[in-house]
Design a protein. Structure first.
Length: 365
């Protein structure tokens, strides 16, 4: 890292110095390379080559990067040894301009830099929380400044798909606030529906957008299940500024969303029967690139034998309750079920990439 005590003459390459400053800013703002791709609209491979010095950092690319990071190009292209080469001072100078960002643990005010790019309307997509339904729910999620100022308001109109006596689709309405935790790089939304006495919690990754609008986020939601057996439930939710076709479960959009909203881990478990069905589907057969990819996947699969067990059947076995509880707990412990579910960087990246390619025609399976 470049510091004040290091003579600038050691850095003969001007481009190296600029790149070093850009990387320092990214580090202190917790902006990853994948996030900078989203903010700058520079392709991943190109940006990777630029930051590694394998591709010349031209003025247009420099302008895009500076615009994405919300900084003046002149502040990182100076040949003088300034405070911008001392990261603690650089951090303060960039972040304290116009009191644009709070140093507090939690950030509430939409006028602060941390909220830039988030306000606006998003389409909301999730699985139905009724176990017998396979449909995707949709809704409208809105982030805005409060009428009185000072904090961020959020609202959700969730279309349940249910109708009463031939009337219009029922809509659950939630309202609340969004708070940003900079140390945790997370946005927290707390909403309530006083009419039915329900709360809805959303959490999704925070990133500095500066002059760009956040296009999408995959969130973790906690609420209460629908139907007759009300229970606490956790699920993945997609927030997208792009409207997607979810009315048909076989549409390209629906298939993508269904995969992203499952509580999956890095280990994908799929039965041989399900994989063979996928490989021979019209959707895959008509897409040569996709067929080739899935065929290559089959070559690297680690094939194991698994038992599939329905717990409801196990609970019916004539065994003392204590033994039954211990046995089911051990089966769960030694199963391949993940310990927790995390919204990974790749999940956000894949979702963003898909939405950016939405100009391609929709295909049904």
């Amino acid at each position: 890292m470049y510091c004040m005590n290091t003579p600038l003459s050691l850095y003969n390459d001007f481009e190296t110095l600029v790149l070093r400053r850009i990387k320092n800013i990214m580090k202190h703002r917790h902006v990853s390379q994948s996030q900078l791709v989203e903010l700058s609209d520079i392709p991943q491979t190109t940006l990777s080559k630029l930051l590694s010095g394998n591709t010349k950092l031209s003025l247009p690319y420099l302008a895009q990067i500076c615009s994405a990071l919300g900084i003046d190009p002149s502040s990182i292209t100076s040949l003088e040894e300034t405070s911008f080469d001392d990261m603690s001072q650089m951090y303060d100078k960039i972040y304290k301009v116009n009191n644009s960002i709070s140093r507090n643990t939690f950030t509430y005010n939409t006028d602060e830099l941390a909220f830039k790019g988030f306000p606006g309307t998003y389409y909301f997509y999730s699985y139905s929380t009724i176990s017998t339904e396979s449909s995707l729910l949709h809704g409208i999620f809105n982030i805005s400044n409060s009428r009185n100022g000072g904090h961020c308001e959020v609202s959700l109109d969730l279309y349940t798909g249910s109708c009463e006596d031939g009337e219009e689709e029922l809509i659950k309405k939630y309202a609340g606030e969004m708070i940003i935790s900079l140390p945790m790089s997370t946005c927290y939304c707390i909403m309530t529906n006083p009419e039915i006495g329900e709360m809805f919690f959303l959490a999704f990754h925070h990133m500095f957008a500066f002059h760009k609008k956040i296009k999408c986020r995959v969130a973790l939601g906690i609420s209460t299940s629908s139907g007759g057996n009300r229970r606490p439930i956790a699920q993945r939710i997609l927030l997208s500024r792009t409207k997607l076709n979810v009315k048909e479960l076989s549409s390209k959009d629906s298939l993508f969303i269904q995969g992203q909203l499952l509580l999956n881990s890095t280990n994908v478990l799929i039965s041989q029967k399900a994989f063979d069905t996928l490989l021979t589907s019209d959707f895959v057969i008509k897409n040569e690139g996709l067929y080739t990819f899935l065929t290559e996947c089959k070559k690297v699969f680690e094939k194991e034998n698994f038992y599939r067990i329905d717990e409801s059947i196990l609970r019916g076995i004539d065994t003392p309750t204590e033994i039954k509880i211990q046995g089911i707990s051990l089966l769960r412990k030694f199963s391949s079920a993940p310990k927790y579910n995390k919204i990974s960087t790749k999940t956000d990246e894949y979702t963003y990439s898909y939405l950016m390619s939405k100009d391609t025609p929709d295909v049904r399976i």
